[in-house]
Design a protein around this ligand. Structure first.
Ligand code: TRP
Length: 330
């Protein structure tokens, strides 16, 4: 069985775009692969130095993935900071990473550009953790003989860098110390639309949080921007934000049915929104309940992460032992 692994940055509570576009597809891989998911907490340290925030975000994001269906009995679920072998591998890999490779990272280049555009020093706010981010990510991946890395398109370059670093290491010692990973896109072919009809994104402030309470969910759905067509006019499903969200939560029969009523006319926007709210609420209510349950027992979340991390650490220790022998440090 192939090994699939992905890192989860501890950020705020995911929105339904994150759920449908990243969490759900990554979790589906557990059906066909040996799956590994981890909270990438050391990656968050580069930008967040507030211990309470790190703790809170770690718990929230862990609860969000568990509530979304991550089964810690089937997949390995751990916290990066509890697998210290990651950081020994990072040190090894740094010696195989040309500085020029890091200079070419899109994420780093974007920061340099933003700095120069606003007249700051190019390296303003760039710490070495941020600069070497792709190497830590390579360590996360290579430590577990990963075949597949489900990520958003913005992370492809980082996985490709992990391949470059692994190849350089393998070539140096003339043996296949590392399996070469392959990025696979989790994103939907169609991006999820937000309340204002643009792509759903935190930076647009047009998101629907995954665990919004029922009343808030209804309020948000009612705020979706529509055109000024009257009730009687036939509506075009292809250009409608309500419809595009509906198809992600309804059954194929329900989608067909709504499509017919759109085209026939006589269907007002308020009515369509009500139906969208109902299918969304039916799909999200069990997740919302499970999330609340988990968050009311944070020690249980920590226990799950500790158990998974102990297992991950055991696997990782074996790998590190092999690698130390290869480099002459046994
Ligand atoms: N960089 C990824 C992100 O920003 C998170 C991540 C860290 C990751 N380590 C990883 C993803 C290893 C896949 C594999 O989303």
């Amino acid at each position: 069985m192939k090994v699939a692994l992905t890192g989860i940055k501890p950020t705020g509570i995911p929105h339904i775009g994150n759920y449908l576009g990243a969490i759900k597809p990554a979790l589906e891989l557990a059906q066909t692969c040996e799956a590994r998911y981890f909270i990438a907490d050391y990656h968050a340290l580069n930008s967040c130095k507030d211990p309470a925030a790190i703790r809170a975000m770690t718990l929230e994001i862990a609860a969000a993935w568990l509530a979304s269906g991550l089964d810690p009995n089937k997949a390995l679920f751990y916290k990066q900071s509890l697998v210290p072998q990651t950081f020994e591998l990072l040190t090894m890999l740094l010696a195989f990473t040309p500085k020029g490779l890091m200079n070419r990272a899109h994420a780093y280049k974007a920061i340099l550009q933003a700095n120069s555009e606003s007249g700051r020093d190019p390296d303003d706010g760039v710490n070495m953790g941020l600069f070497t981010y792709p190497v830590l990510m390579a360590a996360d991946i290579l430590l577990f003989d990963t075949d597949l890395v489900p990520v958003g398109n913005d992370q492809f370059q980082h996985v490709e860098m992990a391949v470059d670093i692994a190849q350089s290491f393998n070539f140096t010692y003339g043996q296949e110390c590392f399996r070469l990973p392959q990025p696979i896109a989790t994103q939907h072919s169609k991006t999820l639309l937000g309340l204002d009809g643009r792509k759903m994104s935190k930076s647009y402030g047009n998101t629907i949080p995954m665990f919004a309470p029922e009343k808030e969910l209804r309020k948000l759905v009612m705020r979706i921007v529509t055109n000024s067509q009257g009730v009687d006019e036939p509506k075009d499903p292809a250009t409608c934000t309500i419809f595009s969200l509906y198809r992600n939560f309804a059954s194929p029969e329900q989608v067909e049915n709504l499509r017919r009523r759109y085209l026939a006319g006589g269907m007002g926007w308020g009515h369509a929104k009500q139906e969208l709210f109902e299918v969304m609420n039916a799909a999200l209510a069990p997740l919302r309940e499970r999330y609340a349950e988990l968050m009311s027992a944070p020690e249980e979340i920590s226990r799950i992460l500790e158990t998974g991390s102990a297992q991950a650490s055991e696997l990782a220790a074996r790998k590190i032992k092999e690698l130390r022998a290869v480099i002459g440090m046994d």
